[in-house]
Write a protein that binds this ligand. Structure first.
Ligand code: UDP
Ligand code: MG
Length: 152
């Protein structure tokens, strides 16, 4: 039993298309618990920090332009093996490779407008959550975890 926290972003295309609620509900229906949430627009500095691993790649400038182009919804999501489980719900990075039934497979057409971000490892989750949230932004959902998630 590994209770994990991960960073999810409903990217600006999702907010612009009024699909952030649909995306958030996919994580909620799976049973993951929202423990922090913000509607915000990133500045370039924060965007470059978030996507630092991609600095120098051909798509980096376009990615930063896009992620700063409008509001996004940032969420901290908690649950058993939440990092891998949320990635599974998102589908492959390229929507053409994403299974139907995943967020990207259902709602996206291109890799550069793929609706959703999710941390890909424990290290990424910890680093990325700190970019979007302060300690005081998190609520505790211990009661819900004990009732719905943690098996007795
Ligand atoms: N991306 C892109 N072109 C590429 C690879 C990635 O535009 O060739 C974008 C895409 O939107 C992706 C983001 O950069 O979601 C981060 O890439 P990563 O490989 O980390 O994919 P993810 O973790 O989002 O699935
Ligand atoms: Mg990634």
């Amino acid at each position: 039993m590994a209770i994990e926290r991960t960073l999810i972003l409903c990217k600006p295309d999702a907010v612009s298309r009024n699909l952030s609620g649909e995306i958030i509900s996919r994580f909620e229906r799976r049973g993951y618990l929202i423990v922090a949430m913000k509607l915000m627009q990133l500045d370039g500095e924060r965007a470059r920090k978030h996507y630092a691993e991609h600095d120098g790649k051909s798509f980096f400038a376009g990615l930063v332009d896009f992620i700063t182009s409008g509001p996004l919804v940032a969420l901290a999501v908690e649950g058993e093996n939440a990092i891998e489980g949320c990635r599974q719900l998102m589908g492959a990075t390229n929507p053409l490779k994403a299974d139907v039934g995943t967020i990207r497979g259902d709602f996206a057409q291109s890799i550069g407008r793929n609706m959703v971000h999710g941390s890909d490892s424990h290290e990424s989750a910890e680093r990325e959550l700190a970019i979007f949230f302060d300690a005081k932004d998190f609520v505790t959902r211990k009661h819900d975890l004990e009732r719905w998630i943690i098996e007795k």
